[in-house]
Ligand binder design. Structure first.
Ligand SMILES: [Zn+2]
Length: 240
């Protein structure tokens, strides 16, 4: 308000009203985004970044994991990259401290179900119960956590996209998978990431479900290489 040129009480009042409306809108935004209200999630499976161009969105599945996640958080902090963590509910219950560290670092949370089941034949009611339990586990660790995405284990979607969207979570797919679940060597993972990068791709990686040290080291090496080639890192699109 310090730059307001006072040209009479009418103008000042109008400016104050405008500021109040702007503040009210700002205050409303987080409430919309935390899943407690209409979020605009759709059943479409998004696999691209919010912004186009030479952008990639890194996503890490199946954690949190006490061996890999702390080192991964270190790597992402060093390179100033924010990622999406698709959390396995039982692992969340075992390592709530790691979920808090993920959230505190500003990364985005994604529901990856309670027990990593193939839900392709599940009823909507059973899916909903599992997704609710997973969100509850995450919010036991991080109260009021935003969980804007859902990813089906094995990409076996079945009826999950509609249920997730109804719960305010956007189904999150991927465009590039480098098969890091069968670790082929750090150098090979770096090569697959560099060669597989396409504009706007959501990239599937893993920090849980096994020894993912090669993935973490590959991410550490490939981020500066991709940046040097003009790539930048961002989040996935928020809706389909
Ligand atoms: Zn998974």
């Amino acid at each position: 308000m310090t730059t307001v040129r006072r040209r009479g009480p009418g103008r000042l009042l109008a400016l104050m009203l405008a500021s109040t409306v702007a503040l009210a809108l700002c205050a409303a935004a987080p409430a919309q985004a935390n899943g407690s209200g209409p979020t605009g999630a759709t059943p479409d499976i998004v696999d691209s970044t919010a912004r186009g161009g030479q952008a990639l969105a890194l996503t890490f599945d199946d954690g949190p994991d006490p061996r890999n996640t702390p080192r991964l958080l270190e790597v992402l902090r060093e390179h100033r990259v924010r990622a999406v963590f698709c959390l396995w509910g039982e692992h969340v219950r075992q390592h709530p401290d790691l979920v808090r560290r993920i959230a505190r670092a500003g990364h985005t949370l994604c529901n990856h179900t309670m027990r990593h089941d193939d839900m392709s034949t599940w009823s909507a009611a059973d899916i909903r119960a599992d997704l609710r339990a997973t969100n509850a586990a995450i919010r036991d660790a991080v109260p009021h956590a935003r969980i804007p995405y859902f990813r089906a284990p094995y990409g076996a979607w079945g009826q999950t996209p509609q249920v997730a969207a109804d719960m305010g979570m956007q189904p999150l797919g991927w465009r590039l998978a480098v098969e890091d679940w069968e670790p082929p060597g750090t150098g090979e993972l770096v090569r697959r990431l560099e060669e597989g990068a396409t504009p706007g791709a959501v990239v599937l990686l893993h920090d849980g479900g096994g020894d993912r040290s090669q993935t973490v080291e590959a991410v550490d090496q490939v981020i500066p290489r991709l940046r040097a080639e003009g790539w930048h890192f961002t989040g996935p699109a928020r809706r389909g």
